[in-house]
Design a protein around this ligand. Structure first.
Ligand code: ADP
Ligand code: MG
Length: 251
């Protein structure tokens, strides 16, 4: 059992305050969804937790199993078990998926420990089979010329291989057709369990038809303004975000 605690977090980009006091606790075994209109700071939150250097945490804390991760470099955070699936994954021409994943898995191992190649490929192919990803995929360069759906498959495969404690999934569903959406959902659902928790950032309720969240949070102007169960996502889908804004204005 692990716990990721976000405590009264404030994040700025340069002088601009983006996240303005956000608290949330995610336990392993749980999936939380964060929904909210564009520009509210959802990606900022995910990137800052992962340790992106452009985002300054001006106050508050992020604890993984009681230990602050804020002084850690992004790679240390990854090794500690935080995984960020990007909204816009980068292309890495000339680096095959197989080699990229191998390097990523090796980097997570202790110093001096060597990756066993046979075991690695066995595990990789096992994960690919369960995610219904063609084996030819591994010889292609990371994300180069990939369709939106293929990029997301690649992210999910990375996640499956790295077995993080917590995954932050930033609009992993955007631009996906239903088949690709199912791959993402199956990947997350397959990992769901006592050693894994996920924060799904999404704009649409659609993904949540496949991944049923334990909690749904509405983010607006850098804060969580409403939390509830999956029915909140349905309510948002039906009424849009203006309803939340109106409720806030009259509160
Ligand atoms: P969301 O993911 O909810 O759409 P973002 O976190 O991407 O929102 O953006 C929140 C705000 O921060 C927006 O006003 C956006 O323009 C700004 N922002 C995000 N990233 C940067 C950046 N690298 N430099 C400057 N401003 C940024
Ligand atoms: Mg975003």
């Amino acid at each position: 059992m692990s716990k990721l605690e976000i405590k009264d977090l404030h994040i700025a980009i340069g002088e601009k305050k983006i996240v303005k006091g956000l608290s949330l606790t995610l336990n392993s075994g749980e999936v939380h969804a964060i929904m909210g209109p564009n520009g509210t700071g959802k990606s900022t939150l995910a990137k800052a937790i992962a340790g992106h250097p452009d985002y300054t945490i001006t106050s508050g804390d992020v604890l993984l199993d009681g230990q602050s991760i804020l002084a850690m470099e992004p790679d240390e955070r990854a090794r500690a078990g935080i995984f960020l699936a990007f909204q816009y994954p980068s292309e890495i021409p000339g680096v095959s998926i197989a080699n990229f994943l191998r390097a990523a898995v090796q980097a997570r191992m202790a110093d001096g420990e060597e990756l066993d190649a046979t075991g690695y490929y066995k595990r990789l192919y096992g994960k690919m089979d369960s995610l219904k990803i063609d084996r030819k995929f591994t010889s292609r360069s990371v994300n180069e010329g990939f369709s939106g759906g293929e990029k997301k498959r690649c992210e999910i495969l990375q996640m499956a291989m790295l077995e993080p404690k917590f995954a932050l999934m930033d609009e992993t569903d955007s631009g996906l057709d239903i088949d690709a959406l199912r791959i993402v959902a199956e990947g997350v659902n397959a990992m769901r369990g006592e050693n894994f928790g996920a924060l799904m950032i999404t704009h649409y309720q659609r993904l949540l038809d496949y991944i049923v969240p334990d909690q749904v949070h509405v983010m607006y102007d850098g804060r969580i303004v409403k939390s509830g169960d999956k029915s909140l996502a349905l309510e948002l889908e039906a009424k849009g975000y203006d309803w939340v804004k109106t409720e806030l204005a009259t509160a």
